[in-house]
Ligand binder design. Structure first.
Ligand SMILES: NC(=O)c1ccc[n+]([C@@H]2O[C@H](COP(=O)([O-])OP(=O)(O)OC[C@H]3O[C@@H](n4cnc5c(N)ncnc54)[C@H](O)[C@@H]3O)[C@@H](O)[C@H]2O)c1
Length: 321
């Protein structure tokens, strides 16, 4: 798809982070929007920003949970009723979970699989017939750098993001064979400055294994966020314009991709070494903070704020393949 002017895009997880940045940039390019999120206030804020920026763009909104198949299919029908057609779907909504496999509850695992994997499946299947009918359609499914390599404590997230990658690569090949006017792109972001770490679940079994507390687990995760959501969205949209099969976002994603290709099995030993070192550093930091009292802990919270949803600045460029 060469341009987005007068196209219609459906975006899940549009109430925050990359979903919001995609909505803003698409609206700026003249694209009409069907926005969905389970977080109503976040969605309303995205709508406010988009309407102020692009008053001529038609925007519809739906509060829904992407893990609910009927709700996603009803939203696809509603989108076409309201906008007359749909050209793009961004299956972007997602959550994160840190847990050992040993201690992981089935409810946590089902939670993340239902959202990160089944949400992508529902969005793809619900919109595909309408994308075909539009004659010019594109499906953008968000995997992760953790769909390229695995990490201890991230098995649930890894499983869903590897699954999204396999699903989307197969989808793209089928669409290429069908020549039906629809294409697909799999997106692998590295660390992006969004709300995902702070809204993640850190299971109690991680405390003492890789982190010193649940909050520290979220903060440690956030330390690896090096690219802004705006830069990530720009890279994704450039990938769609180029009809890329795969979009890597950030130098961390490019490095992970390289490592997993050069050392497809041995990379794991390097990850373990690094995870041990990071866990030891995290324990040391927690001991220091405990010794210096509660003031230091609240100082950390204040320092955390600007990192979230910081859409400014970073010009970390992604790469498409
Ligand atoms: N931020 C990163 O470092 C990073 C890295 C790799 C991949 N990703 C992926 O990027 C995607 C976007 O995440 P983000 O970083 O912008 O995070 P975010 O938390 O800022 O945004 C995610 C949005 O998804 C929504 N959401 C969560 N569960 C939902 C559900 N069941 N139904 C509908 N909406 C739901 C949330 O309310 C939120 O608005 C996710 O799939 C995530 O896994 C993020």
């Amino acid at each position: 798809m060469k341009h987005f002017d007068n196209k219609v895009a459906a975006i899940t997880g549009a109430g925050s982070g990359m979903g919001r940045s995609l909505a803003v940039q698409l609206a700026g390019a003249g694209c009409h929007l069907a926005l969905a999120d389970k977080n109503a206030p976040g969605l309303a804020e995205t709508e406010r920003i988009v309407r102020a920026l692009a008053p001529r763009v038609h925007v519809s909104m739906r509060v829904l949970d992407v893990s609910e198949r009927d709700a996603v299919f009803a939203w696809a029908d509603e989108t076409v009723r309201e906008h007359g057609r749909v050209n793009l779907v961004f299956n972007n909504a997602g959550v994160a979970l840190s847990s050992t496999i040993d201690g992981m509850s089935y409810s946590d695992l089902e939670w993340i699989v239902n959202i990160n994997f089944w949400g992508v499946v529902h969005g793809t299947k619900a919109f595909l017939p309408y994308l075909k009918a539009s004659g010019d359609g594109h499906i953008v499914n968000t995997s992760s750098v953790f769909g390229l390599f695995a990490q201890p404590g991230m098995s649930g997230y890894n499983a869903t993001k590897f699954a999204v990658r396999g699903f989307t690569e197969s989808l793209r090949q089928e669409l290429d064979m069908m020549k039906c006017g629809v294409s697909a792109t799999c997106v692998h972001p590295g660390g992006i400055r969004t709300n995902i770490a702070q809204s993640s679940r850190v299971a109690p079994n991680m405390v003492g294994f890789m982190v010193a507390s649940e909050q520290q687990g979220k903060d440690e995760f956030e330390k690896f966020f090096i690219t802004s959501a705006d830069d990530a969205a720009r890279t994704i949209l450039n990938g769609v314009r180029r009809n890329a099969r795969r979009v890597l976002i950030g130098r961390d994603a490019r490095m992970a991709d390289w490592l997993a290709r050069v050392l497809p099995a041995a990379y794991q030993a390097l990850v373990v070494l690094n995870a041990r070192r990071e866990a030891a550093k995290a324990r040391k930091r927690a001991r220091r903070e405990l010794a210096s009292g509660p003031a230091s802990a609240s100082g950390n919270a204040a320092a955390r704020e600007p990192a979230r949803n910081n859409n400014a600045g970073n010009s970390n460029q992604g790469e498409t393949a």
